[in-house]
Ligand binder design. Sequence first.
Ligand SMILES: NC(=O)c1ccc[n+]([C@@H]2O[C@H](COP(=O)([O-])OP(=O)(O)OC[C@H]3O[C@@H](n4cnc5c(N)ncnc54)[C@H](OP(=O)(O)O)[C@@H]3O)[C@@H](O)[C@H]2O)c1
Length: 172
Amino acid sequence: MKTFIVAAVSADGYIAKDEKHSAFWTSKADKKRFVELTKQAGVVIMGSTTYATLPRPLKERVNIVYSMTKTFEGAETTQKPPRELLKDLEARGFKSVAICGGSHIYNMFMKAGVVDTIYLTVEPIVFGKGITLFNEEMLYHLKLKSVQESAESGSLLMEYSVDYSGTPKMTD
Ligand SMILES: NC(=O)c1ccc[n+]([C@@H]2O[C@H](COP(=O)([O-])OP(=O)(O)OC[C@H]3O[C@@H](n4cnc5c(N)ncnc54)[C@H](OP(=O)(O)O)[C@@H]3O)[C@@H](O)[C@H]2O)c1
C-alpha cells in the first residue's frame, strides 16, 4: 500500500498561519499536483481541523476524517491507528492513500513509520509563525527523488522517499 504525504509549506516551513487558515493559499502548480495525486489514490485522510477549512468534501475521492467527537457529511470518521486504517483500506481495494494533513495527522502517520513518500511543495512566501509540517520531535532521512520548478509561481515541487533504514521504527 503506497502511503504518501502531500503538503505545501511556506519558505519558512509552515503549512498554515493558524488552524483556521485554509490550504488554498498555495500556487496553481501545487493545487494541480494535489488534485492529480489524490484522485489517483482515490482516498484522502485528514484531521477534523483541516476538514473544517474545506467548503465541501473533496469530490471523486473517499474522504476520511480523524475526529474523536465529530461526524461530517460526505466523509467517514475514524479514530483508528494508522496501520489498522491502512489495512482496512487495502482490504477495500485501495492501492495508495493520500495523507492530507494537518500537522497532527502528518505527525501521527510519520511516527507510525508507514509513510513511503512525501510530496512537498515549497512556496515563495513567509508567514513568520504558524503551524509546522510536523509537531513532535522526530528523525527520519529523506531521499530527493525529483524536483520541479514552477516558472509561473516560483514554487518548488519536491518528491522525497522516506528512508527508514537506520532509523528506529516507532509503533502506532
Ligand atoms: N499547507 C498544507 O499543505 C496543509 C495541508 C493540510 C492542512 N493544512 C492546515 O493545517 C491546519 C490544521 O492542522 P492541525 O494540526 O491543527 O489539525 P489537523 O491535523 O487537521 O486535525 C487535528 C484534529 O484531528 C483529530 N485527531 C487527531 N488525532 C486523532 C486521533 N488519533 N484520533 C481521532 N481524531 C484525531 C482531532 O479532532 P477532534 O478535535 O474533532 O477530535 C484533532 O483536533 C489548518 O490550518 C489547515 O489549513 C495545511
